[in-house]
Design a protein around this ligand. Structure first.
Ligand SMILES: Cc1cc2nc3c(=O)[nH]c(=O)nc-3n(C[C@H](O)[C@H](O)[C@H](O)COP(=O)(O)OP(=O)(O)OC[C@H]3O[C@@H](n4cnc5c(N)ncnc54)[C@H](O)[C@@H]3O)c2cc1C
Length: 440
């Protein structure tokens, strides 16, 4: 049965040696089977038929209006099974592998990053439940997300006003500020969160499920005192404060909001009580691999536009500008970067599917390389197209760059991914620099 996420035990094996608990060979075959090709083609048709049209929502005046206008497109994604595809078969969904998910996301994101990110935000919001939840919790809480109707949303509530890069900081650092206290068989949550995709729902009435990273023991060290609590609808006390206006993802909701005495049953702890930090890290592994794919999608859209422009535009000269060597070489370099990024992202996804020892490292490489390459390549392509790439109404490149600019700073900013995810790994004496080689 498919189970592509990395569990907390696999992320940090007690022995400190990942090879002892994993050890599956690295898949090297990059060819897709017939089912995957059909999945990819179906997602491409859907993206062109449904998501391209939904970009008109981006012209509305406020972030909330723009987000609300994407609901019909999101409902179509649910109806066509794209959320079920993000939920592994072992948990009742249709997902067989992260590679499948990567194929689908490239197609959806190429046409409409805002709506595709709403789906990805829900997928991320479900990860603590899928990775750390008990069978009973999954059965109960996943139910609305397995339907092929409605517009269910889930949010992974980690980021806070004032910064979230140091949740494990000991005093006098504040670390994670949101708190939950036990009261009469419940947890009562108070605190503020920011940037959590779709968390306040379609009408400020909250997402269907919020997985809240919060301090559950103020006296314990952070690695023992932070937990993830599941907040399921119906609930009271999630208070919308404002929708952030950002230059990219114009039809995606990024709210600032607070938890005011939000009360959940004591049994709504996901994973171990006090085990919130490793569960958060484990929940991000699949998303990190996928960020490389998001970079590919934005670069691909930019490249297709720029190639067409270069083949058809003379800009007052005698020949189409692709005939100029400087333009041709710039397009060549962009295409190489796209292929390299896709290969890395697919390899990282396949390594996660195979539970390979190098999976977490490759996922972090995909996150950093894919996000930073996308910003560079789209900027280079804007130089190919020239000044018209700066005309928002008539050219997609500036909008694609605005979406790409978020990739290095979201889903764990690349500073933090380098520090927590990779630097710490390299500093460990047990680190094997050749793990990804799959040598005997
Ligand atoms: C489109 C979008 C969607 C998002 N969706 C979600 C979501 O669903 N859920 C969610 O919780 N968040 C979400 N976020 C927020 C985002 O993922 C995180 O808040 C962000 O990745 C963390 O930011 P940061 O690392 O810059 O942290 P900050 O705490 O803001 O740190 C700022 C900077 O300080 C420096 N810094 C801080 N500490 C250190 C240190 N110890 N060592 C070295 N440098 C340091 C680094 O340069 C860092 O970049 C989203 C953001 C966007 C734009």
């Amino acid at each position: 049965m498919a189970k592509w996420f990395i569990s907390t035990e696999e992320l940090m094996p007690a022995s400190g040696d990942a090879k002892k608990s994993w050890g599956c060979p690295m898949p090297m075959n990059c060819s897709l089977d017939d089912r995957q090709r059909e999945l990819q083609a179906r997602a491409r048709r859907f993206a062109v038929d449904v998501l391209r049209e939904a970009r008109t929502a981006e012209n509305l005046p406020t972030p909330e209006k723009r987000f609300a206008a994407t609901k019909p497109a999101y409902e179509r994604m649910i109806a066509d099974g794209y959320l079920r595809l993000c939920i592994p078969e072992s948990a009742g969904g249709d997902g067989r592998s992260l590679v499948d998910t990567a194929l689908v996301y490239e197609e959806l994101y190429t046409e409409n990053a805002s709506v595709a990110l709403t789906l990805l935000g829900t997928m991320l919001g479900l990860q603590p439940l899928l990775v750390g939840g008990s069978a009973d919790q999954q059965k109960q809480m996943l139910a609305p997300f397995l339907e092929t109707s409605g517009a269910p949303l889930a949010g992974f509530c980690s980021s806070e006003p004032g910064g979230s890069a140091n949740p494990a900081a000991p005093p006098p650092g504040e670390g994670m500020r949101t708190r939950a206290v036990r009261r009469d068989g419940t947890w009562v949550i108070n605190g503020r969160k920011k940037w959590v995709s779709s968390a306040t729902g379609w009408n400020r009435d909250g997402a269907d499920l919020l997985c809240v990273v919060c301090r559950t023991d103020p006296d314990a060290a952070p690695d023992k005192g932070i937990s993830i609590l599941a907040v399921e609808k119906p609930y009271e006390g999630v208070v919308f404060e404002r929708a952030i206006t950002s230059p990219g993802y114009r039809a995606h909701l990024l709210p600032e909001f607070s938890f005011r005495d939000v009360t959940v049953p004591a049994e709504n702890v996901l994973g171990e009580e006090g085990g919130g930090l490793p569960l958060s890290a484990a929940s991000f592994v699949g998303a990190s691999a996928l960020v490389g794919v998001l970079g590919v999608a934005l670069m691909r859209a930019a490249f297709e536009h720029s190639l067409h422009f270069a083949r058809t535009e003379r800009r007052g000269g005698i020949v189409p500008i692709i005939e100029h060597q400087a333009v041709g070489y710039a397009l060549v370099d962009a295409k190489i970067a796209i292929e390299a990024t896709r290969s890395l992202a697919w390899r990282a996804s396949a390594a996660i599917d195979a539970r390979h020892p190098a999976a977490v490292e490759l996922a972090n490489h995909s996150k950093i390389f894919g996000s930073e390459t996308a910003v560079r390549v789209i900027t280079d392509l804007m130089r190919v197209v020239g000044i018209d790439s700066y005309d928002d109404e008539n050219d997609p490149l500036n909008g694609l760059l605005q979406d790409a600019l978020a990739l290095p700073i979201f889903a764990g900013g690349n500073m933090g991914v380098r520090r927590r995810g990779l630097h710490a790994m390299l500093a460990n004496p047990g680190y094997d620099p050749l793990a990804a080689l799959d040598r005997s």
